[in-house]
Design a binder for this molecule. Structure first.
Ligand code: GTP
Length: 167
């Protein structure tokens, strides 16, 4: 009887360990998955965040970079956890070089410590998004409808309108 119980326990243990391996694999997959083209085109701007204590997160960002290299989507790069410099695996210079390649803003922050630098990052990205929109003259509505300004006939008050009766 004791043997049987032991056998069942072991069998369950194996099963649990297999499940754990499977969960780890799935988690790794989802962490390493690159964003879909659909997601990239949906976004108005991209905030690319890596951890200065995790080289893998920087490698991931570089792979994302190849995906968005041809798009003109506004980007901002953030190196997080700069309160943990003793565990640093990515230099600030490497982050800055990546930002230069993207021609975008870059800063290191400690999201867990100070909120203001994080707010500034979002502000900067919003600025870049607005500037890009002004440049391309695509409104958010147009992007949602999948239309372009050139296809829409907007009414603009002309000079001759002032000569017309008010009502
Ligand atoms: N020391 C430090 N820890 C941080 C900082 N930002 C986040 N963390 C910690 O990092 C861990 C992951 O943070 P999350 O908010 O879960 O971030 P996430 O992007 O979902 O991270 P992952 O779960 O690793 O993919 C948590 O334990 C946070 O407390 C930071 O600036 N400094």
């Amino acid at each position: 009887m004791e043997l049987k119980v032991d056998f069942i326990k072991r069998e369950n243990e194996d099963y649990l360990l297999q499940m754990l391996d499977y969960i780890k694999l799935k988690l790794k997959e989802s962490v390493d998955d690159l964003p879909s083209t659909e997601t990239i085109h949906w976004a108005d701007g991209l905030l690319l965040v890596y951890s200065i204590t995790d080289r893998r997160s920087m490698s991931y960002l570089k792979r994302v970079g190849t995906l968005i290299a041809d798009s003109d989507i506004p980007v901002y790069i953030v190196g997080n956890k700069n309160d943990m410099v003793h565990l640093r695996e990515v230099s600030a210079e490497e982050g800055a070089i990546l930002a230069r390649n993207f021609e975008c803003g870059f800063s290191e922050v400690a999201a867990a410590e100070m909120v203001v630098p994080v707010a500034v990052v979002f502000q900067e990205l919003c600025r870049a998004v607005l500037a890009a929109r002004r440049k391309s003259k695509h409104s958010l509505l147009e992007r949602m409808l999948g239309t372009r300004t050139s296809n829409l006939r907007l009414y603009a008050r002309g000079k001759s309108d002032s000569a017309l009766p008010k009502d």
